[in-house]
Design a protein around this ligand. Structure first.
Ligand SMILES: CC(C)(COP(=O)(O)OP(=O)(O)OC[C@H]1O[C@@H](n2cnc3c(N)ncnc32)[C@H](O)[C@@H]1OP(=O)(O)O)[C@@H](O)C(=O)NCCC(=O)NCCS
Length: 164
């Protein structure tokens, strides 16, 4: 059986412009592969769209930027200009571990923002265990991420109706 994993991200061009102005070499070398840097040639909309692309891929991988390196995700155009995603190192391992097969990406940029959207096909390797949600609630509670009524581990249809 196959399912999908998706990721979306949006970034302000000004944010990228500021980082680029402050640390041009460090930003380019830390985030982009040599081929990406050569393609973007310092152009802010292209850099921003690819930065956003990497974050969108990280979301589809289910990781944040801490677990996967920026340069382990590379976005380059094919002969018609359509962006293609290449994964390396830890990002490729993570994709393999969670059963991601094809990755497709779409980018857009306007004067102020760039957006990237990713769709991957994903092999389902195992059925989600029935106690997955209670364990998730317990983990969120341990991390202090649930407050007040969010602390209630009953399913929505087991809760008393809301009175207006
Ligand atoms: C998830 C990540 C990749 C992007 O987050 P972000 O750009 O800071 O914030 P966004 O608004 O785009 O995304 C937030 C949403 O991502 C989703 N998200 C968080 N962790 C996620 C994960 N591991 N997998 C998939 N999605 C995730 C959540 O839905 C979250 O919204 P919520 O808290 O309301 O549920 C983040 O882990 C990260 O590391 N960002 C790096 C930021 C950075 O270095 N910026 C430098 C700018 S020059």
């Amino acid at each position: 059986m196959t399912t999908h994993s998706v990721g979306i991200d949006m970034i302000e061009l000004d944010r990228v412009r500021r980082v680029l102005r402050k640390h041009p070499d460090r930003f380019i070398h830390r985030v982009f592969t040599p081929a990406e840097a050569a393609f973007c040639r310092g152009r802010v909309p292209e850099l921003a769209a690819r930065f956003s692309a990497k974050e969108a891929v990280m979301k589809a991988l289910g990781t944040g930027a801490r677990s996967v390196g920026w340069r382990e995700i590379e976005v380059l155009p094919d002969q018609r200009g359509k962006p293609l995603v290449y994964l390396y190192g830890g990002a490729a391992e993570r994709a393999e571990r969670i059963g991601l097969e094809a990755i497709d990406i779409s980018l857009t940029h306007l004067e102020s923002f760039a957006v990237a959207s990713v769709v991957c096909t994903q092999r389902i390797r195992e059925q989600e265990p029935e106690d997955a949600r209670p364990r998730l609630i317990a983990r969120l509670r341990e991390r202090g991420l649930l407050e007040g009524e969010g602390d209630d581990e009953r399913l929505p249809d087991e809760l008393p109706p809301i009175r207006k």
